[in-house]
Design a protein around this ligand. Structure first.
Ligand code: CMX
Length: 134
């Protein structure tokens, strides 16, 4: 049911600062910047082959990304897998004892639906399922 790694999410303090590395040093192109109100983040996406890098900048003091940066500093925040069967994937995860952060998908960047699995039940990596772009 999983199709590919859709993107890697990287928590940053400032997209304006961080994008310099991705653009000037790695030579990637920013496809767009979007604020995702539901997740309290501003995002910037860069394509690399069939996958993407998503920079995540918190937009509010109570964003999940603020807490992450306070504890760990900037860095790899989550791995997102693309699925065409979100419901089935969440059911499988729940049945195998995984702790779901979202039992039903919520709005993510780029018009996608997303759902997260808690890192304490995924060997330490915050895991996202995301739908194909609508
Ligand atoms: N990766 C790995 N571990 C993480 C983590 C992450 N991104 N975020 C938190 N943790 C760990 C903490 O270090 C902590 O570990 P210890 O107990 O060993 O210290 C533990 O998880 C905390 O768990 P918690 O108290 O249940 O939860 P928090 O309040 O810290 O929130 C989480 C963590 C994952 C539940 C929350 O960040 C969340 O709901 N995330 C999903 C939504 C999200 O991340 N949105 C932003 C991105 C949106 C987008 O991509 O568009």
């Amino acid at each position: 049911m999983l199709k590919k790694i859709d993107h890697l999410g990287i928590a940053v303090k400032s997209i304006d600062e961080a994008r310099k590395f991705f653009e000037k040093t790695l030579g990637l192109t920013c496809e767009g910047i979007e604020t995702v109100e539901a997740q309290k983040v501003k995002t910037a996406f860069f394509s690399i082959g069939e996958t993407h890098i998503e920079l995540l900048e918190p937009t509010s003091g109570d964003s999940a990304v603020v807490k992450f940066i306070e504890k760990n500093g900037e860095g790899l925040h989550h791995v997102a897998y693309q699925t065409d069967d979100m419901e089935g994937q969440l059911k499988l995860a729940a049945e195998s004892g995984c702790r779901l952060i979202n039992e039903t998908p919520v709005d993510g960047a780029g018009g996608k639906k997303v759902a997260f699995l808690h890192p304490k039940s995924t060997h330490g990596v915050l895991t996202e399922f995301c739908s194909k772009k609508m």
